[in-house]
Design a binder for this molecule. Structure first.
Ligand code: ADP
Ligand code: MG
Length: 572
């Protein structure tokens, strides 16, 4: 098979151009990305071997190697993991599948200023391509475990890459970076320096559960840390650079925030810091440890079918699966992290997970733990909570409908825009606590935006009388208000529905005056009824308007307009 030349997909080309001409200051992260990929590849192979006895793969000594060649000025990142087939290399390396990255590129096209560019690059995972920040040529040699032939991929990052078969490739993948000349002024360090490589691995990849070994390092630089006996006795044992300590198994005061954040980035493929780190250790008959993260931004596909939810499942430090959905309910689908259970079988399957009662118990406890952490955030750090709620409130509120066991806990961390203030959201507790004497209901109005609600004629009487109204603008709001029904004995009442008695608020007109008005307008009302017969059920005088002459009101059993739209959109 001859060497074939291909063009990168448009997005990939754009990303590469950015990498090559990057103004992005922290170029060291390329190594984190390549080590992260290698680690994933080892996880995948171990799992594949576990699932399939007949897989012809060597899993006896899975590890990652870093090799420095100062003369050739290359740095190689090698793993003996799952590898890629010829077709996979073309698909995985030649295109950008990661939706986060696609989103990043879109934002970038829209932003167009260099400062914004740097900020954006810092926020999104760029994966394999980040190698081109430090190398002017990258060669990847790979063989998929169980297959005979390997593949060689080469590119200078300038629009095209080549693919060819490689008969002699070992199992797994090696990425050879032909390093650019060091340019310390531009944060381009000398990546043939043993010291530098050690430092980067320690900083970004220490928790990786596979050994990251340094091979072929010049002895003079590599020695000195108590390993002097290796000198003169032939090649020294390759040094393992990472501690491989599972962060979730360590107590919180032993681990720095940075270490947690690096783990988060590794498992979530998000480059931004998480908003919150949650740790939990359950002891007793069913032991497990969890390290969960709340991201600082909602991913764009959170409300789509494609969204991959779930946490990583480990069994006694052995990676079992990504996206384990059974451990958290759908309304906490934005939570990322690791759960390591001591007493599950390594062979555990999705079907078993769905039925296992321990898994259900774990889900219950993890759910409570996440909700209580949000509660703490709410009381201790209002600003962080505000970010949380802005990003994830619309998802969390689904729990008010779907998780009746935890409804109170979900409600306790929920808050809503209100006429009380422009910026802050309020909880139902706060609303009820400042309700005026005699007010029996919690009033709300749903709509598409705060502005459309504010302009609604329904608001007039409430504004006039200074009665607080919750302004609900998420589609799910239509549903949870019915599911929840009341809070602290006060009914949740839409101000767009039915007859609302604001009489208790004091300024209702006396009965005789109302009767007089009724007589006076009887003719007009009759005329309007005839005219609007097709469109409305009833026309009546109202005390709820102060400025607008008329408004349309739904019966209390009727669907609100937004809900009508929602059902219509669902084809019902
Ligand atoms: P991401 O890791 O976010 O998926 P990358 O650009 O880092 O994005 O990698 C793209 C894909 O290429 C990976 O998802 C994986 O399928 C494949 N890949 C990269 N490196 C390796 C490797 N060392 N071994 C096997 N597959 C790899
Ligand atoms: Mg990656």
């Amino acid at each position: 098979m001859p060497t074939e030349t291909f063009e990168f997909q448009v997005e990939a080309r754009q990303l590469l151009r950015l990498m090559i001409h990057s103004v992005y200051s922290n170029k060291d992260v390329f190594l984190r990305e390549l080590v992260s990929n290698a680690s994933d590849a080892l996880d995948k192979l171990r799992l594949a071997a576990l699932r399939d006895d007949s897989l012809d793969a060597d899993v006896s000594d899975l590890h990652i190697e870093l090799e420095i060649d100062s003369d050739a000025r290359t740095l190689t990142v090698r793993d003996n993991g799952i590898g890629m087939s010829y077709d996979e290399v073309g698909q995985l390396i030649g295109t950008i599948a990661n939706s986060g990255t696609a989103e990043f590129l879109k934002e970038l096209r829209e932003s167009k200023d260099a400062a914004g560019e740097e900020g954006l690059i810092g926020q999104f995972g760029v994966g394999f391509y980040s190698g081109f920040m430090v190398a002017d040529e990258v060669t990847l040699l790979t063989r998929r475990a169980g297959e005979e032939k390997g593949t060689r991929w080469t590119s200078r990052g300038e629009g095209t890459y080549t693919l060819e078969e490689a008969a002699d490739a070992p199992q797994g993948t090696s990425v050879v970076l032909h390093l650019k000349p060091a340019d310390p002024d531009n944060q381009l360090h000398d990546y043939t320096s043993v010291w530098k490589i050690k430092e980067i691995v320690k900083r970004y990849s220490d928790f990786i559960t596979w050994p990251v070994k340094l091979v072929g390092a010049p002895a003079a630089e590599g020695a000195g840390e108590g390993t002097a006996e290796g000198e003169g006795d032939g090649p020294a044992e390759p040094e393992t650079l990472n501690s491989m300590k599972a962060l979730w198994a360590r107590s919180r005061d032993e681990v720095s925030e940075d270490e947690y954040h690096e783990l988060y980035k590794h498992i979530s493929h998000d480059w931004r810091e998480p908003l919150e780190t949650i740790q939990m250790q359950a002891e007793g008959t069913f032991e497990y440890q969890a390290l969960l993260f709340v991201p600082s931004h909602a991913p764009q596909d959170l409300f789509t079918q494609n969204y991959k939810r779930g946490v990583q499942l480990y069994v006694k430090r052995v990676f079992i699966m990504d996206d384990c959905e059974e451990l958290l309910p759908p309304y906490l689908r934005f939570v990322k992290g690791v759960v390591d259970a001591a007493d599950l079988s390594l062979n555990v399957s999705r079907e078993i997970l769905q039925q296992d009662r321990h898994i259900r118990m774990m889900q219950r406890r993890l759910t409570k733990k996440v909700l209580s952490s949000v509660k703490t955030m709410m009381t201790k750090d209002a600003e962080r909570y505000a970010t949380f709620w802005r990003e994830f409130g619309p998802v969390v509120k689904e729990g008010l409908v779907t998780d009746s066991d935890n409804r109170d806990a979900v409600l306790a961390v929920s808050s809503f825009a209100s006429t009380h203030g422009e910026e802050e959201t309020v909880t139902l507790r706060q609303y009820v606590d400042r309700m005026a004497e005699g007010q029996e209901s919690i009033y709300f109005l749903t709509g598409e935006s705060r502005q459309s609600i504010d302009n609604s004629p329904h608001m007039e009487a409430f504004r006039e009388r200074g009665i607080e109204v919750l302004l609900l603008t998420d589609p799910v709001d239509e549903v949870w208000v019915d599911a929840v029904g009341e809070f602290d004995g006060k009914r949740l009442q839409s101000i767009a529905k039915g007859e609302i008695d604001l009489g208790v608020q004091g300024d209702e007109k006396p009965a005789e005056e109302r009767e007089k008005e009724a007589e006076e307008y009887a003719g007009l009302l009759e005329w309007m009824r005839e005219r609007l017969d097709e469109d409305v059920k009833e026309v009546r005088l109202s005390s709820r308007l102060t400025v607008s002459p008329a408004c349309v009101v739904a019966d209390s059993q009727d669907l609100t307009p937004a809900l009508e739209n929602m059902y219509r959109a669902m084809g019902q």
